[in-house]
Structure formats: C-alpha cells, structure tokens
Design a protein around this ligand. Structure first.
Ligand code: NAI
Length: 308
C-alpha cells in the first residue's frame, strides 16, 4: 500500500514520520512544491529506520505527482499560514487554490484515493474539496476534531490529575477558536461523567483552554503546532488503512444530521476502509445545539468567501 502526504512542512513531515514508524504502508510519498525540501525530509526520516526499526519506505518528491500513483490515502497539508497584513479572506483564496490544485493532481494518478484535508481553514477547505472534486462524500475527510479532542483530554487530565488514556471526550463543530464545542456533558473518566468529578468553573476552564489550545501553542512556539496535528493525521490514516471502524470527530459533509445541510463540520463518525462510514447523530441539548448552529453559521460565512 502507498500513502501520499502533500506538504513536507512541520505538520506533513510529522504525519509522514508517524505513518512510517507505525508501518501503515509499504511506501509513503512526501510531496512538496519547494525544490528538494521533501527529498531532504524523506532522507532524514529514512535515516531513522535502522534506529527505530521500521520497514516503511519514505520517498520525497518535488511536485512529481506520477510518484504518488496508486495511493490509497492522500493527506493534504500544503498551504500558507497567515502573514502580517493579510486578511483571512486572502488566505482562503490562496489556500483554496493550493488545496484544489493538489487534490486534482492526486486524483489524476490515484482515482480511488481517500482525501484527508488538514490545511486551514480546514472546514472550508474540506467543503471546497467536496464541491470541486465530484467524489463520493465518504472519501473526503477533514482532520481537526481528532486534534481538538486530544487537546480536550489533555486539559481534562491536567484538571483531574489522571492518565489521559483513561478519558473519553469529543470536540465537535468547526475547527476554530470560537467555533469548536468541547462536549463536557459527555466526557467520562473510566465511565464516570467528568461533570460529577469536576466543579462547573473548572470544567468551563478546561473547555476554554481547549478552544484556544492551538493559539496557546502558537504563542509559545512562534508558529503553529505540529506534533499533535501530525499524530492526529496519522491516527486518522491508521483507522482508514487498518479498517478500524474507530469513532473519531471528523469534518464531513452533513445532510440533515445535527440539523445542518450543505456544509462540512466536525461530528463523530466511524472511520474505516471506505473513509467515513457512518455519522453518529446523537441528540444535543438546546445549549449544545445552539452552539453547533452558531458554529455552522461562522463556517458558512467562511465558505461563502469561496464563491464571492
Ligand atoms: P508549513 O508552512 O510548515 O508547511 C506547508 C508546506 O506546504 C510547505 O513546505 C510548502 O512548501 C508546501 N506547499 C505550499 N504550496 C504547495 C503546493 N501547491 N504543493 C505542494 N506543497 C505546497 O505549515 P504547517 O505548519 O505544516 O501547516 C500546514 C497547514 O496545516 C497549514 O494550513 C496549517 O494552518 C494547517 N494546520 C491544520 C491543523 C488541523 O488540525 N487541521 C493543525 C495544524 C496546522
């Protein structure tokens, strides 16, 4: 099996590294537009193979899509971060061009590939892929909620002073500081509802910290994070290629679920070899549904920039 990761920057390279270490495919193709960059990252990673004991081959290429032929999954991380003086709308326009062009090139050589979108603004980029590529909707998956849910469990584990692996928790809605919704009501620690274990103010702080989790790291690092985003991308790829039927929050096309249509937003879905296979459409309470609708409105406004 072959997996392609487009964009050999911080997130793409970390994702490729995790895929290789876990031997999710025989070959990983890392593709970037910057001359020699993906080649360099791939050689550096391959030089860890004998140290870490993995068998996956990582090959770096500069814009050569023929090397990606026959990929089962393609992960798109290519895109520009926002620069001083740039509007968000300008960024959408630039990244939309990059994501659309990349996805079209991938599909020319791998018509059956499942497309994983990571580039930001991810909800809008996923919607663009859905609208422009003409693929069955199950083959287009935006990665954001897996990362946000992992951050939610991290902050919960800090508040409870417990092992994060003993926690369950989901973040739904958009992948943005103000659009994501950490579902505190459904979070559990070893099956015990966390809202019985933490007071209201602590739980509110966990939710607030989760929502600005990415911004907090950007403040500390001077650039956006890559370890958890790359690992989250690889976890999604793993669920697909190993047909795990795992429940993850992913950005997918909604057709009435959670009261929304003609939009891609983060909801719990089952992930397997066909991409996202089923939406778990559980009943939100009035407050959660109002937040979800507000999140949808904000993402829809971003999506509208694409057609203006
Ligand atoms: P980066 O700047 O380190 O890497 C981006 C790479 O894309 C660069 O190496 C660049 O040369 C390449 N690139 C640009 N245009 C290309 C094209 N047309 N074809 C192939 N490669 C191209 O950025 P980083 O930190 O890796 O982030 C990548 C994207 O992921 C950003 O849009 C970022 O906002 C997003 N992101 C999304 C997350 C999520 O949860 N969905 C989490 C973290 C980042």
């Amino acid at each position: 099996m072959k997996i392609t990761v487009v964009g050999a920057g911080a997130v793409g390279a970390t994702c490729a590294d995790n895929i290789a270490r876990r031997e999710l495919a025989e070959e990983v193709i890392l593709l970037d537009i910057k001359e020699g960059f993906a080649e360099g990252k791939a050689i550096d990673m391959m030089q860890t193979a004998t140290l870490l004991g993995f068998d996956t081959k990582i090959k770096g290429v500069t814009n050569d899509y023929s090397a990606t032929a026959g990929s089962a999954v393609a992960v798109i991380t290519s895109g520009l971060p926002r620069k001083p003086g740039m509007t968000r709308e300008e960024l959408i326009g630039i990244n939309a061009g990059i994501v659309k062009g990349v996805a079209e090139n991938i599909l020319k050589h791998s018509p059956d590939a499942i497309i994983v979108v990571i580039s930001n603004p991810m909800d809008t980029m996923t919607y663009l892929a859905l609208k422009s590529l003409g693929l069955p909707k199950n083959r287009i998956i935006g990665m954001g909620g897996i990362l946000d849910s992992s951050r939610f469990k991290y902050y919960l584990s800090q508040a409870l002073n417990c092992n994060p692996n003993d926690l369950q928790g989901f973040v739904i809605g958009g992948h943005g500081d103000t659009t994501m919704i950490p579902l505190t009501r459904f979070a559990t620690y070893q099956s015990l509802p966390v809202n019985n274990l933490l007071d209201h103010a602590t739980l509110e702080k966990v939710a607030a910290d989760t929502m600005v989790g990415g911004a907090t790291l950007t403040g500390l690092l001077g650039t956006s994070a890559w370890y958890a985003p790359g690992a989250a991308g690889a976890a999604l790829v793993e669920a697909i290629v190993r047909d795990e039927k795992k429940l993850f929050t992913c950005c997918v096309a909604l057709d009435g679920e959670y009261g929304q249509k003609d939009i891609c937003l983060g909801v719990p879905v089952i992930i397997g070899k066909n991409g996202w296979e089923k939406i778990i459409d559980f009943k939100l309470n009035d407050d959660e549904q109002a937040k979800f609708n507000k999140s949808a409105d904000a993402v829809r406004n971003m999506n509208n920039v694409l057609t203006e």
